[in-house]
Design a protein around this ligand. Structure first.
Ligand code: NAP
Ligand code: GLV
Length: 316
């Protein structure tokens, strides 16, 4: 079995060694420009279009992350780029769930316990006890209840605050009030109503782009907080800055941006109510990812089906 590998800006050797341990009979190679030789499987992150230029008999393309927006953007811009008969398979959790849960719990507690307000007081050497947010009305809304969103919703509920979740299809999750339907529908408005912290874990698709905008912010509790750990394309950046300026929002924790790395001149860097991390809320862990992909390659080779197959038209 032949496997092609592509992970930009990274030393592929550690990955190839881990794959060789997991799939000792496989012939592994890092893709190089001009390589059009046959391969059964490709394991990629942000692949260049040229990687798929020649028909090479691929049976499946494994995406080294949960979000497939970059690879599907290629297909949208240049229809027919992805091999028509190959499955596209995303990572399912593979160690990202616990990282995401910790990150979002931290952001929620930061706002609940008013750490940003205390940091501002500290800068002014002020000693005032601030009124705490009442737990029972501190509703956290999680947008997207998939592999990661469902885990995050449960982790936040364990803090003792009310948690709601929104997804396209109906879900039942213990201790979570669930809403479903289309974005910008009356169900979506009911989900947003009086939410104090909005956490975004939607995939980036044409339907979800720009969902974190002035209209959505205006439907939350006044002075709410936003946590975006999904994709930069979800956030209308100027609407966030305006909402902070006019008091619609109190702050935001952002892990993802329209342009990454965030350019040095970007106004977010200078906004004290925005906490920035460099797309690090949930990293792809090598051993976990290799083990999941190797198990799926073996299952496909035995003629079995696997989970995590992307619906190309749906976009996730
Ligand atoms: P997932 O399992 O595919 O879950 C996506 C969820 O979003 C599902 O509940 C889905 O609803 C819902 N959804 C999709 N489109 C919708 C729409 N138009 N309206 C309402 N709900 C919609 O994805 P995941 O594994 O949880 O990952 C989510 C995203 O997190 C990824 O796509 C990626 O962009 C991001 N991510 C970021 C990092 C980071 O480091 N910052 C790391 C990993 C992932 P249904 O359940 O009804 O289908
Ligand atoms: C990271 O952003 C991922 O989609 O896995």
């Amino acid at each position: 079995m032949k496997i092609l590998f592509w992970l930009p800006q990274s030393d592929a050797s550690g990955w190839l060694a881990a794959l060789a341990r997991a799939l000792p009979d496989a012939e592994l190679r890092e893709w190089q420009p001009g390589d059009t030789a046959p391969a059964d499987f490709a394991i990629v992150w942000h692949p260049p279009r040229e990687m798929f230029a020649a028909p090479r008999g691929l049976r499946a393309v494994f995406n080294l992350g949960a979000g497939v927006d970059a690879i599907l953007a290629l297909e949208r811009q240049h229809p027919g780029t992805l091999p028509q008969d190959a499955l596209l398979v995303r990572l399912e959790d593979s160690g990202m769930g616990p990282q995401m849960a910790e990150y979002v719990q931290h952001a929620v507690l930061r706002y609940l316990r008013r750490f940003d307000d205390y940091a501002r007081q500290q800068a002014r050497r002020e000693w005032h006890v601030l009124a705490p947010h009442p737990l029972e009305t501190f509703t956290v809304g999680v947008l997207g209840l998939g592999v990661l969103g469902a885990q995050v919703a449960r982790a936040v509920a364990s803090l003792g605050v009310p948690v709601r979740g929104f997804s396209r299809s109906a879900k039942a999750i213990d201790a979570i009030e669930t809403f479903s339907g289309d974005l910008r529908s009356p169900q979506f408005d009911a989900f947003l109503d009086d939410v104090k912290v909005l956490v975004n874990l939607l995939p980036a698709t044409p339907d979800t782009h720009d969902i974190l905008d002035a209209d959505t912010f205006g439907k939350l509790a006044r002075g709410a907080y936003v946590v975006n750990v999904a994709r930069g394309a979800h956030l209308v950046e100027q609407d966030l800055l305006d909402a902070l300026a006019n008091g619609t929002l109190a702050g935001a924790t952002l892990d993802v941006f329209r342009t990454e790395p965030l350019p040095p001149e970007h106004p977010f860097w200078l906004e004290p109510r925005i906490t920035i991390t460099p797309h690090s809320s949930a990293l792809t862990l090598r051993e976990e990812a290799v083990s999941q992909i190797a198990d799926k390659i073996e299952a496909l080779s035995r003629g079995e089906t696997v989970s995590g197959i992307v619906h190309i038209k749906r976009g996730y």
